[in-house]
Design a binder for this molecule. Structure first.
Ligand SMILES: [Zn+2]
Length: 157
C-alpha cells in the first residue's frame, strides 16, 4: 500500500484524534470550501466524504447532533430526503454514474465511522468500479480530486 497515492490518509490519522464531532464542526465553522460543504439547507447540509468509497461520495447530515433516526423530526427527514435527491441528480449530471448506493450505516459494527451524528451516504457506482477497490485497505485511488468535485458540484447545484 506504500505506493498508493492517498494523501487524505495523513489527514485521517490526525483527524481521528479530534474529539469534537467533525460534522458539528463543519456546520458551525461556516468555512464551507475548507470543509467541503457543498450545500446547506434549512435542517441539513451536504458534505463531501473526505475518505470516499468512490468518486462523488457525498454525505447528507442533519444540522442537529443526533445519534439515531428516531430522533429526527418530520421536517428534518423531509429536508434530508429532498437534499439527497438534489445531490443525487447533480451527481448524475456531472459524473454520469450508472447507479448509486444510498444508505445509512447505523452503529460501528455496520461501518459507521462517525456513529454519534447520523448521516446518509450517497455513493455513485460505475460498472466494474469494485475491480479497483483495494481488498484490505479502506482507501482507493480517487480519479478526481475532492477539490475538483467540490467545484463541479457547487457550479451545478
Ligand atoms: Zn455532531
Amino acid at each position: 500500500m506504500d505506493k498508493l497515492w492517498a494523501p487524505w490518509r495523513i489527514d485521517y490519522v490526525s483527524r481521528k484524534k479530534q474529539k469534537n464531532c467533525i460534522f458539528c464542526h463543519a456546520f458551525k465553522e461556516k468555512k464551507d470550501k475548507k470543509n467541503f460543504v457543498v450545500l446547506r439547507s434549512k435542517y441539513c447540509f451536504a458534505i463531501l466524504n473526505t475518505y470516499p468509497y468512490n468518486n462523488g461520495h457525498v454525505l447528507i447530515v442533519p444540522n442537529r447532533h443526533l445519534k439515531s433516526m428516531e430522533d429526527l423530526k418530520e421536517e428534518e427527514l423531509l429536508d434530508m430526503n429532498k437534499t439527497l435527491i438534489k445531490i443525487k441528480s447533480t451527481l448524475k449530471k456531472i459524473l454520469d454514474p450508472q447507479g448509486f448506493n444510498i444508505g445509512i450505516n447505523i452503529g460501528k459494527v455496520a461501518g459507521a465511522g462517525i456513529a454519534n451524528h447520523i448521516h446518509t451516504h450517497i455513493v455513485p457506482r460505475w460498472l466494474g468500479d469494485v475491480n479497483f477497490m483495494p481488498i484490505i485497505a479502506n482507501t482507493k485511488v480517487i480519479s478526481q480530486s475532492l477539490k475538483e468535485l467540490y467545484t463541479k458540484l457547487i457550479k451545478n447545484l
